[in-house]
Design a protein around this ligand. Structure first.
Ligand code: FEO
Length: 390
């Protein structure tokens, strides 16, 4: 697919995979994006998942016909992008792999490939003819070897996973003909929260390093190509990587027999009465990446758990550990929960929140055995959110 005379899209959509990284649900699929830059010499930027070799090579040959690939640039060695490097080398034996030293080491470790590998350093340029590729290291966005490739003549940035998204791409992958940012925003945030969320500082460093480039096109390895909505996309990444969030509540809970769930719904109703934006997530019914997404979206976290073996209910603990693993900062927090004979979950949730540096809005509320409105002052939690926002 032609993005310009010289830049072509040759990636694939994956609707077969249920769990990305064998972990994160992708109900609307995911794309593995790969691109060609065509000049006197031809460069292929990244490959796709191993399951799509046939479709991938068909896409490449549709664009190139009998012409050969001269360079295969590896921006990121995670196998969803690098699995077909050896396959491409078998198809195009003369092709030189272009990688930084860390990626070259990983390429040997994963695929035993060491011959005809050209190792590039920060700022180095590769001339393709009139066009050139320049390489900038952006470690930990999302692995240590990750680099971005810049084609100044096309004003095009190939930044690996950065600015990526879950959700397969439409037939016209670019946002130049229709707005895609609003359509992809939720899945972009969920992708960021689950995959890149731990690496706020490296993302900030990458944004600063690449900030002076005159970018007209962003070709991420997942999700749409950004041309028209670059300011929105960059702003979103800037905010997410600084853990900046809008006013609102991520209301996440686990429930064994429905009592904590009734309490969660009572809180939701009180938030609604006060026009406080929120997302409610039953951690036993849906994957916790959806709640993580809202942790990155909203400035307040209200978490509910029954006491289970004198601990936090395991699905809720997994979620809280996921929040802690990502180093989320600057959030307000309140806990609630239920117990049958001894209360522990609210105190333990408060301890986890305090360890994360969150501001506690209240000491939390727990109730014994069955839920009843008179046992649970849901309004007080909603009022605490309002007071903290003043
Ligand atoms: Fe899409 Fe970090 O690989």
């Amino acid at each position: 697919m032609k993005l310009s005379e010289r830049v072509r899209y040759v990636g694939v959509n994956d609707f077969r995979m249920k769990l990305f990284e064998s972990h994160w649900p992708v109900p609307e699929g995911i794309s593995y994006n790969s691109y060609l830059v065509i000049d006197e010499k031809i460069a292929l930027l990244d490959t796709v998942d191993a399951a799509f070799a046939d479709e991938f090579i068909r896409n490449v040959k549709n664009e190139l016909g009998d012409r050969k690939i001269d360079y295969l640039v590896i921006n990121h060695m995670e196998p969803d992008h690098s699995a077909l490097v050896s396959f491409i080398r078998n198809e195009y034996p003369e092709c030189t792999v272009v990688a930084n030293s860390k990626a070259a080491q990983m390429l040997e470790g994963y695929q035993g490939l060491t011959d005809n590998v050209h190792v590039v350093k920060e700022g180095e340029t590769l001339q393709l003819g009139e066009t050139s590729l320049q390489f900038f290291m952006i470690p930990m966005v999302h692995w240590p070897e990750t680099m971005a490739t810049w084609c100044s003549e096309e004003h095009t940035l190939f930044p690996g996973d950065a600015f990526g998204s879950y959700k397969a791409v439409p037939p016209c992958i670019s946002d130049c003909k229709s707005n895609l940012f609003d359509e992809y925003k939720e899945e972009m945030i969920r992708y960021y929260a689950s995959i890149v969320g731990k690496y706020g500082q490296p993302v900030q460093a990458a944004l600063k390093k690449l900030g002076n480039l005159d970018i007209h096109r962003i070709c991420s390895v997942h999700g749409p190509v950004w041309e028209k909505e670059i300011p929105e996309v960059v702003k979103l990444y800037d905010n997410l990587s600084q853990y900046k969030a809008g006013c609102g509540v991520c209301l996440a809970y686990g429930s064994m027999y429905g009592n904590t769930e009734k309490a969660a719904k009572a809180i939701a109703s009180e938030l609604e009465k006060r026009n406080i934006p929120y997302g409610i997530h039953n951690l036993t019914a849906e994957d916790y990446s959806y709640a993580l997404r809202d942790v990155f979206k909203y400035d307040t976290l209200i978490v509910g758990s029954p006491t289970y073996n004198m601990e936090i209910f395991p699905p809720v603990r997994q979620f809280m550990e996921g929040v802690a693993d990502r180093g989320v900062k600057n959030r307000k927090f309140a806990a609630f929960g239920s117990f049958t004979w001894a209360a522990a979950s609210v105190k333990l949730l408060n301890d986890m929140a305090a360890d994360a540096g969150f501001e506690l809005l209240s000491e939390g509320i727990s109730f014994k055995q069955g839920y009843a409105p008179e046992k649970f002052d849901a309004a007080s939690l909603a009022e605490a959110v309002i007071s903290a926002g003043k």
